[in-house]
Write a protein that binds this ligand. Structure first.
Ligand code: NAP
Length: 275
């Protein structure tokens, strides 16, 4: 049997690093720590090595299409595809950051939504039968959904929203934010929240597509919230350690062979959440 492989984006620190740590202990296969910066990535691999854990490394900047396609080609060539993909890389402006909202909207959506979508565009076709895909979203995205206009909420929740329509909505949010008109357009005042509302909705769209187009492949794809976790992003006051934040993403990544659910859900503390 060929070696199985798990890939985690943005895993040189924070929750991503803890996901890799847990997979190194629990996953029967090669585990790839990936990072946009090779130096930071290799340092993280060495820190795990000093704990007696063996992670492999591949450079992967999700904002760089060339980096995405190079990595996808590498995994296709070496492993015939990917068994587990965890899209964890993400950014957030600090609450106190005074950067104009228009820029926060564009920059945040670029990484958390559009670049994560690029990852899925290039990696979903190489996810193998029985594969598991986990998109690290946030409870903030669920809260933000409820702050959108009723029309937008209806579209985000609908079963017939297409990827193209969703991409259009996300672009509309950014464009209206740039004109200072996003509130009038029915969008709340949170770039991070909107990026995660988009990512969770995208996960649901992709799960429906997989069920339709690859019904016999048994791939399970979900979005999740790791909880509020002490990392550089969330700060020191958060209640969960990074290892605790890794629990739900890792649970979804290791759903046993033959499992049929959850699929296309938003999951927190290992429980499917309302959307
Ligand atoms: P973090 O400590 O800031 O780590 C973020 C990771 O993403 C870093 O490794 C960072 O790399 C990487 N990254 C950023 N942009 C990237 C890019 N273009 N390509 C590749 N990697 C990139 O944050 P965290 O708290 O662990 O967050 C991990 C995920 O959990 C994010 O998606 C976040 O939105 C989500 N989340 C976090 C919390 C929380 O309470 N912490 C709650 C809900 C959801 P660099 O070191 O190079 O910057």
């Amino acid at each position: 049997m060929s070696t199985k492989v798990a890939v985690v984006t943005g895993s040189n620190k924070g929750i991503g690093l803890s996901i890799v740590r847990a997979l190194c202990k629990q996953y029967q296969g090669d585990v790839y720590l990936t990072a946009r910066d090779t130096g930071r990535g290799q340092e993280a691999v060495e820190s795990l090595s000093s704990e007696g854990l063996k992670a492999m490394f591949h450079q992967l900047d999700i904002n760089d299409l060339n980096s995405i396609t190079t990595a996808a080609a590498f995994f296709k060539d070496k492993y015939g595809g990917v068994d587990v993909l965890i899209n964890n890389a993400g950014i957030a402006f600090k609450g106190a950051d005074t950067t104009a909202f228009a820029i926060q909207a564009e920059v945040t959506l670029k990484t958390n939504f559009f670049a994560t979508r690029d990852m899925l565009t290039h990696f979903l076709p190489i996810v193998k039968a029985g594969g598991r895909v986990v998109n690290v979203s946030s409870f903030v995205g669920a809260r933000t959904l409820n702050q959108c206009s009723p029309d937008h909420q209806q579209r985000f929740r609908s079963e017939d929203i297409t990827e193209e329509e969703l991409v259009g909505m996300m672009q509309q949010f950014v464009d209206e934010a740039k004109r200072g008109e996003h509130k009038k357009g029915g969008w709340p005042d949170t770039a991070y929240g909107m990026s995660k509302t988009g990512l969770t909705t995208l996960s649901m769209i992709h799960a429906r597509q997989l069920s339709k187009e690859r019904p016999n492949d048994g791939i399970l794809l979900n979005a999740c919230c790791p909880g509020w976790v002490r990392t550089d992003m969330a700060g020191p006051k958060a209640p969960k350690s990074p290892d605790e934040g890794a629990i739900t993403p890792v649970y979804l990544a290791l759903l046993p062979p033959g499992a049929t659910e959850p699929h296309g859900k938003f999951v927190s503390d290992k429980e499917v959440q309302p959307w």
